[in-house]
Design a binder for this molecule. Structure first.
Ligand SMILES: Cc1ncc(COP(=O)(O)O)c(C=O)c1O
Length: 494
């Protein structure tokens, strides 16, 4: 009743615009985005190699900025933003493990900001809270992680998700009274993972006070953890008086997209009573593919996992999830409720997601994930994943049939490493591949990041992008060969 009597115009400041002006600005933004997607995906440089100085100059704001017309602000972006960005929605982008971002997810981000939810407590973001739980439940089932008591939260990315997972491991298997006393005065805790682990696991060990020396990197065979060495190392550590607390399996390594033997890791973890965690940040969604079921076998036995929808579920940045087999363990690790956050807690049907997370204030990440799932469903997301794997395999085929290149491995998922073979006496493969990576960046038609395998620079492509087809992959190799010849010329002269 009261609301109906309230005056419509409540203008108290100059920040909001008239409805008409707001619509005009929305239209202007839509047009810019539409232009990116209709004119920049192919046949344009996706990387302009601008210098930091050029970018700073383009976006400089005077210290006491006067007002700027918002249409001019958007026009400024129209002229400068894509020009100084790396347009990773393009199928010519093969860098890191970056997804192309689906279009309904873009709308999700837009709508989310308009609603400006703060998902700290259920009553501060009711639809948001329930939608987040629904999406996590859906993702769990999608990858075959089906447990009655499981649950989790969405976070910014895999690095934070790894940190949270290891915090849960430390809490559940580490020294008692750790929250109050810290890690001091007890046995030294140790965690085991393969040499191919993502650096965020080292960072987490450091941040959590466990120490990177206590992250034991086990050697690999074909880029997968060697379980014999793992068992030997755990036994040795127990004899030396250390306290092993957990084993981390990788479901899709960053360098080569290899999946550890998860079933065996689950068995070893049980045998030694250790927490079994799976870093499925990248590869997790591929567990939904029938043909890959045996590759991912054992993922369902993990005590906790992480999956990044912003990688292989094609959702725009940023969103990852932490999922724990028994959600209560997540609560035990992260719940802390001061007086000012008590509101609404007596209603047991409302689950406050702040109790399961490091974060308090949190945006409505779940919306773009929910919209992606709802729009594309199992079938389209799986099709995207299958297509990406077939593009990596197509790249492997090209490399195998071209004497200029040498494959480093067969792509198990969508990442593939290979090298351009040096034809110059005295110039190593490593040197020429390093040069190619630098020159690819200068060229800007395609983008990929290299890596080091066995201490040698190699070329590495990540094929996560639902917009890619065989012609795009052929274009990539045409560019690499062209740059390879140029790199040879430069190195010959030097
Ligand atoms: C296996 C693995 N774990 C964790 C991460 C970190 O994820 P994010 O970049 O979202 O922090 C990555 C990133 O590529 C990864 O490949």
């Amino acid at each position: 009743m009261f609301l109906l009597q309230q005056e419509k115009s409540t203008k108290t400041n100059n920040m909001d615009f008239s409805n008409e002006k707001f619509r005009e600005l929305l239209d202007q933004s839509y047009k810019m985005i539409e232009d990116w997607y209709s004119n920049h995906l192919r046949d344009k440089k996706i990387y302009n190699n601008s210098s930091p100085e050029e970018i700073r100059k383009a976006f400089k704001i005077k210290s006491k900025n006067e007002k700027t017309n918002p249409s001019d602000v958007i026009q400024h972006l129209n002229e400068n933003l894509i020009k100084h960005s790396n347009f990773n929605p393009s199928p010519n982008y093969y860098g890191y493990i970056t997804g192309g971002g689906n279009q309904v997810g873009i709308l999700g981000e837009f709508i989310k900001s308009a609603l400006n939810q703060n998902n700290l407590k259920w009553h501060s973001a009711p639809a948001n809270s329930e939608i987040e739980t629904i999406t996590i439940d859906w993702i769990s089932k999608f990858i075959g992680y089906n447990h009655k008591e499981s649950g989790g939260v969405l976070v910014s990315g895999g690095s934070v998700a790894n940190l949270m997972n290891i915090a849960v491991m430390r809490k559940m298997k580490g020294n008692t009274n750790l929250s109050k006393n810290g890690v001091y005065g007890n046995k030294i805790m140790r965690v085991y993972v393969s040499q191919e682990a993502h650096s965020s696991i080292d960072k987490a060990m450091d941040t959590l006070g466990l120490g990177t020396n206590n992250l034991i990197k086990i050697k690999t065979k074909n880029f997968k953890i060697d379980t014999k060495s793992l068992r030997i190392k755990i036994n040795e550590d127990i004899k030396k008086g250390y306290e092993p607390i957990g084993v981390i399996g990788i479901a899709g390594t960053t360098n080569t997209g290899s999946v550890d033997p998860l079933k065996l890791l689950a068995q070893i973890s049980k045998e030694f009573n250790l927490w079994f965690m799976v870093d499925a940040a990248y590869g997790g969604p591929a567990a939904s593919i029938k043909k890959l079921k045996n590759v991912f076998e054992g993922i369902e036995e993990a005590d906790s996992i992480l999956v990044n929808p912003h990688k292989w579920m094609f959702v725009p940045f940023e969103v990852a999830c932490v999922i724990v087999k028994n959600k209560e363990n997540l609560r035990k690790t992260f719940s802390l409720i001061p007086e000012y956050l008590l509101g609404g807690t007596e209603n047991k049907d409302r689950d406050d997601l702040m109790n399961y997370s490091i974060q308090l204030s949190k945006d409505f990440k779940a919306l773009k994930v929910w919209m992606t799932i709802k729009t594309y469903g199992y079938k389209e997301i799986k099709n995207g994943i299958k297509n990406d794997i077939s593009m990596a395999k197509y790249a492997y085929e090209i490399v195998q049939n071209d004497s200029c290149f040498l494959p480093i491995h067969f792509p198990e998922l969508s990442i593939f490493c290979f090298k351009y073979k040096s034809k110059i006496k005295g110039v190593s493969d490593s040197l020429i591949n390093k040069k190619i990576i630098d020159m690819i960046e200068e060229d800007g038609r395609v983008f990929f990041s290299g890596t080091k395998i066995n201490n040698e620079n190699v070329l590495r492509i990540n094929c996560v992008n639902h917009r890619r087809n065989k012609k795009d992959v052929e274009f990539l190799f045409k560019v690499i060969k062209e740059i390879g010849i140029k790199a040879e010329g430069v190195l010959l002269k030097s």
